[in-house]
Design a protein around this ligand. Structure first.
Ligand code: SAM
Length: 289
């Protein structure tokens, strides 16, 4: 079995295959030996689970997942990595590599086809250029996942795990909190990667909620309201929501009043239950109008 965190081994493999890192594909591979075992260990997987990994690189995390899970399916876009992975992961018989763009992959079909009756987890060191779209699509498509453990840039992690209503929270914080319980696991310094990126990273875990803690009557309207409210976060909620959602201001003001909130309330100070209440009230007033 290869030691995929040994710099000499990694350079040898990449050199023999004539591989060059692609910045555009967010290729920074983990070479710190403690990171991937810890990530796999803290992701909640065991020998009965199926795991989806996004972006294999040379397979350093894939191998740690395969040692612990029943089956691992990896979605890797870069065709040049395939012969490398054939070599580095040849000792495993529970790994399948799918050469596709994760954003164009039907993950529901993969779960159905490859992981019948297994609890399924996602664990990935995400390419930074698609962090938000990947996380949002994993959550919004309501895949039957237990948890999503991902390495993301430190700033993104702070926003994703911030309590709703705190200074660091944003529309993405609300969206994550609606579907999952997010927590920070551990920091990863930029020196843990080859090549080293400019910023530090952080591993977070999102445990999927079986049901939202604050369900809303109309999810589409709720997320529209949240985007409107946080898009202009310095404005009062009545101003940002009415202009961002295209709803008459008197309707939003009445909804705020009927919920018992201050007229000057700003969305960034509202917690999840207050945001859900306001969205339901706006929907109710619009239906009765
Ligand atoms: N898991 C490896 C590690 O931790 O060392 C590699 C992580 S590297 C940050 C991101 C990986 O995602 C690269 O292998 C890259 O080729 C792959 N990737 C980039 N864009 C992708 C996409 N749209 N779909 C699937 N894989 C992608």
């Amino acid at each position: 079995m290869y030691n995929l965190t040994d710099i000499g081994t990694v350079k040898d493999i990449l050199g023999r295959h004539g591989f060059h890192f692609s910045k555009a594909l967010g290729q920074n591979f983990i070479v710190n030996p403690s990171v991937c075992p810890r990530m796999a260990e803290e992701s909640g997987i065991d020998e009965n689970c199926g795991v989806i990994e996004i972006g294999a690189g040379i397979g350093v995390l894939t191998a740690e997942l395969a040692k612990r899970a029943k089956k691992v399916v990896v979605i890797e876009l870069d065709t040049k990595l395939l012969p490398i992975l054939d070599e580095t992961l040849r000792d495993f018989d529970n790994i399948e590599i799918i050469n596709q763009d994760v954003l164009k992959t039907d993950l529901a079909a993969i779960i159905e086809e490859k992981f019948k009756d297994m609890p399924v987890y996602v664990c990935a060191n995400l390419p930074y250029y698609i962090t938000s779209p990947v996380i949002m699509s994993l959550l919004e498509s309501r895949l039957p996942l237990k948890a999503i453990t991902v390495m993301v840039q430190k700033e993104a992690a702070q926003r994703l795990c911030a309590p709703v209503g705190s200074r660091l929270s944003g529309a993405v914080t609300v969206a994550v909190d609606y579907y999952a319980n997010a927590k920070k696991l551990f920091d990863v310094s930029s020196g843990s990667f080859m090549p080293a990126p400019k910023v530090d990273s952080c591993v977070i875990r999102m445990d999927i909620r079986p049901e939202p803690e604050n369900p809303v009557s109309d999810e589409k309207m709720f997320f529209k309201m949240v985007h409107a409210a946080f898009g202009q976060r310095r404005k009062t909620a009545s101003n940002s929501i009415s202009s961002g959602m295209g709803v008459a201001k008197d309707v939003v003001i009445r909804a705020i009043e009927e919920c018992g909130f201050e007229p000057s309330v700003r969305a960034e100070t509202m917690d999840m239950s207050q945001l859900a209440m306001l969205s339901d009230k706006i929907v109710e007033l619009l239906r009765n109008n």
